[in-house]
Design a protein around this ligand. Structure first.
Ligand SMILES: C[S@@+](CC[C@H](N)C(=O)[O-])C[C@H]1O[C@@H](n2cnc3c(N)ncnc32)[C@H](O)[C@@H]1O
Length: 280
């Protein structure tokens, strides 16, 4: 375990504050830890399992982790350059890059440095894209944001470089295929919105609607049928309680830190849905 390993991007729905509730419900003796909606990876990086399958649909995010693993020094150098040049004008210049035709040809290191730089300097510090997949959070005006954290990047690079860590990028269902008994799955999907105005769907260009919550429940049923234990976080709302009525559901209190409306930041209930196979 390396104490330096921890999230390098702030992500909506980050689980850092709920770790005391989540960690005791994870089977640390599992043969493979599976996290198909990785986001900022607060749970993974706290556990640092030797064997893991990690995935997120967001290609920019998974590119960050691949670059951290494969080219940490080039990434640190590029972040230093961003740090030296940083100001509001520079932020908007870098932000605009994904609106340009040659964005797809940008190198993986360049793209990863851009995402980390924007994440550290944008308002509220989160990754948010519009329906066209373009980064759209405004400049944050922080006094001295930590744009480069070289020790954390190097420590994460060592961890992600272990041979037991398999990285994927795509739909969570791909990451659940072919799991063996002994695996443990932690699912942290985009949450079911509590109301249409309170929803955060800006992780990806495709969103995650009620039908997708229903499809996820079907995947959970398949895990149960294969005796594979799982834990899922979601919002505490009638639709989710109804969907998972034949599962163990715990209620936890969580602070909403990412909400553009200050008045709506506060404590809310979330649920932890769990399946543990019978022993024997
Ligand atoms: C609630 S966040 C995860 C938060 C994370 N556990 C953390 O601690 O920061 C949900 C993640 O699911 C991803 N996502 C959305 N749709 C997906 C899909 N169909 N398959 C896999 N990941 C998806 C989003 O990109 C986002 O990173």
């Amino acid at each position: 375990m390396d104490a330096l390993v921890g999230p390098i991007v702030k992500w909506a729905g980050g689980k850092r504050q709920l770790l005391p509730e989540i960690l005791p419900l994870i089977d640390r003796d599992c043969t493979t830890y599976v996290e198909p909606f990785l986001g900022g990876g607060a749970v993974l990086f706290q556990l640092q399992p030797e064997k893991a399958i990690i995935n997120d649909y967001n290609g920019e995010l998974m590119n960050v982790y691949r670059v951290v693993r494969d080219c940490p020094e080039a990434l640190i150098q590029r972040l230093e350059e961003h740090r030296a040049a940083s100001c509001a004008d520079y932020f908007y210049q870098i932000r605009a890059m994904d609106r340009e035709a040659d964005y797809a040809r940008m190198s993986p290191v360049e793209r990863a440095a851009r995402v980390i730089y924007l994440n550290k300097t944008c308002y509220n510090g989160l990754y948010r894209v519009n329906g066209a997949g373009q980064f759209n959070a405004p400049y944050g005006r922080y006094k001295s944001p930590r744009i480069v954290n070289a020790p954390v990047i190097r420590a994460m690079s060592r961890y992600l470089g272990k041979k037991g860590i398999k990285m994927m990028q795509g739909d969570y269902r791909e990451a659940l295929k072919g799991l063996r008994r002994g695996a443990f799955v932690y699912l942290d999907p985009p949450y079911m919105p509590l109301s249409s105005s309170a929803s955060f769907t800006g992780y990806t260009d495709s969103g995650f609607d009620y039908d997708q919550q229903v499809a996820l429940k079907r995947e959970c049923d398949k895990l149960r049928a294969r005796n594979i234990p799982f834990l899922q976080s979601n919002s505490d709302c009638p639709a989710i309680r109804d969907l998972y009525q034949d599962y163990e559901i715990r209620t936890v209190r969580a602070k909403r830190t990412i909400n553009s409306d200050k008045a709506k930041r506060g404590e809310i209930n979330e649920v932890l849905i769990r399946y543990v196979p019978d022993k024997g």
